[in-house]
Design a protein around this ligand. Structure first.
Ligand code: UDX
Length: 454
């Protein structure tokens, strides 16, 4: 058992801290947001993540997990401190590490005993060095300055499955500069039942860059498929069939080959931009990343154009939208394609009826200024009287819908499937005009899909 402090109780910090506690360590999670800490102390989580609430409750009750807004309390007796702070994008796409450096200044005032200092926040190559410099500078006037050692341990948690990803990691990346640091971290992760070949020990710059390389590769795969999907539309090919062929090749693998309306979230868009600008700072161009970002934007524009082409003018149309979060099983709306689409549709005067299984309260706060939006209680209510239905996030509950009942409520049986969730032939059976991404249009002409001609 080790004494762990986690600075920052966002997705990464809270999930990581809770999972370390679940594995038997003694964990203190620190955040400067006192409201958030008060809420956590009362068992209220700041975001939705499957299985997290019950693990937090269990480990708090067992005395292994506690929350504080006091650096002094948090750092007392800690053997290791994880930094899990936001590293947002600056205007030029580069990564802002000021939250990390501010936390270090504060930490320095309370640090009394030797410490392993682990950076978990996604941050550019060289960040560990800057953190170390900042801490050295802050400690240098103290006679009793304790020793510390930097480690880079990037996270690979996906929202929606973060707890499971954390408890059962594919691999653990440790950027270290001494044998002692490697041994300490291996002991820390020993209860996670990872084999020795899943613990990847390397130098610190490689660990820092590895995280960006992974997210940029995932984004590249998605953009490749999205770009290919638009070509499929031109030549009458089906990207879903092609995906099966590609995914069946073990050299390619099945994951991150789904065409759709683009990747969103707090990581992929930000990390591609950050890698691009990190490279530029070293006078190294990575033009592939420019394309990845440009395709991601074009994908959404193309989807929007399809809606406009079918329904123009939008000013007298009502559009139902299913799904607001950037992906299922999370209430995270950051860089959610649905939000970009909402803005575009509103700018053309459309009236929107929205539904998301989990993200409704966050979305209604964010979109409260727009009059032409109605937040609906379920997917059927959202479709009531709509001229078209747009699927933006592939929540499971949207898969088992009664399309006959749904179609009878709509003005037009027109479905824009932004995630290729439905079978065109099935939708055709229910009389829907179906438009997916990179899928040849099926045969029901638009003129026959009107349920209630105006
Ligand atoms: C990502 C990384 O996967 C994770 O390892 C890292 O630590 C944080 O960033 P996350 O942002 O939670 O995780 O989402 P992810 O599941 O990777 O999906 C990112 C985006 O890509 C979503 O918008 C998703 O809809 C989209 N996507 C994913 C596709 O469009 N097609 C795919 O085939 C896969």
């Amino acid at each position: 058992m080790k004494n762990i402090t986690i600075i920052g109780t966002g997705y990464v910090g809270l999930v990581t801290g809770t999972c370390f506690a679940e594995k038997g360590h003694q964990v203190t999670c620190l955040d400067i947001d006192s409201e958030k800490i008060n809420a956590l102390q009362q068992g209220h989580l700041p975001f939705y993540e499957p299985d997290l609430a019950k693990l937090v409750t269990k480990n708090v009750a067992a005395g292994r997990l506690r929350f504080t807004d006091s650096y002094d309390q948090a750092i007392r007796g800690a053997q290791v401190c994880f930094l899990a702070l936001p590293t947002p994008s600056l205007k030029d796409g580069s990564c802002d590490i000021s939250y990390l450096l501010m936390a270090i200044e504060e930490l320095a005032q309370h640090l009394k005993t030797p410490l392993f200092l682990v950076n978990k926040s996604t941050s550019p190559v060289g960040t560990a060095g800057k953190i170390a410099q900042t801490l050295h500078a802050a400690l240098k006037h103290r006679d009793d300055a304790p020793s510390f050692e930097m480690i880079s341990n990037p996270e690979f948690l996906r929202e929606g499955s973060a707890v499971s990803d954390c408890l059962h990691p594919d691999r653990i990346v440790l950027g270290v500069s001494s044998e002692a640091a490697a041994e300490f971290m291996k002991e820390l992760y020993a209860p996670f039942s990872v084999g020795p070949d899943q613990i990847l020990i390397m130098d610190i710059p490689s660990a820092e860059l590895a995280k960006y390389a992974c997210n940029a590769m995932l984004a590249t795969r998605v953009s490749f498929m999205n770009n290919l999907a638009l070509f499929c539309e031109k030549v009458g090919a089906n990207v879903e069939q092609i995906r099966r062929v590609m995914g069946g090749d073990p050299r390619i693998g099945e994951q991150y080959l789904r065409a759709g309306i683009g990747f969103g979230g707090s990581c992929l868009p930000k990390d591609v931009q950050a890698l691009r600008s990190m490279a530029l700072a070293y006078d190294h161009r990575m033009p592939i990343l420019d394309s990845v970002l440009q395709i991601n934007q074009a994908q959404l524009d193309h989807f929007f154009d399809k809606i406009v082409t079918s329904l123009s003018p939008l000013s007298d149309k009502t559009i139902a939208m299913w799904g607001l979060s950037f992906k299922p099983d999370t209430d995270d709306l950051r860089a959610a394609p649905a939000l970009f689409l909402i803005e575009k549709l509103l700018s053309q005067g459309a009236r929107l009826q929205l539904f998301d299984p989990i993200a409704m309260s966050k979305a209604s706060r964010l979109l409260s200024k727009f009059e032409k939006i109605t937040f609906c209680q379920d997917e059927y209510a959202a479709a009531q009287g709509a001229h078209a239905l747009v699927l933006t996030t592939e929540w499971k509950q949207f898969q088992c819908v009664d399309f006959d009942k749904l179609g009878a409520q709509m003005q037009n049986k027109l479905l824009f499937d932004g995630r290729n969730q439905y079978q065109p032939s099935e939708m055709q059976k229910h009389g829907f005009h179906y438009m997916g991404i990179g899928i040849p249009p099926e045969t029901i002409p638009l003129s026959l899909v009107h349920v209630h001609p105006e």
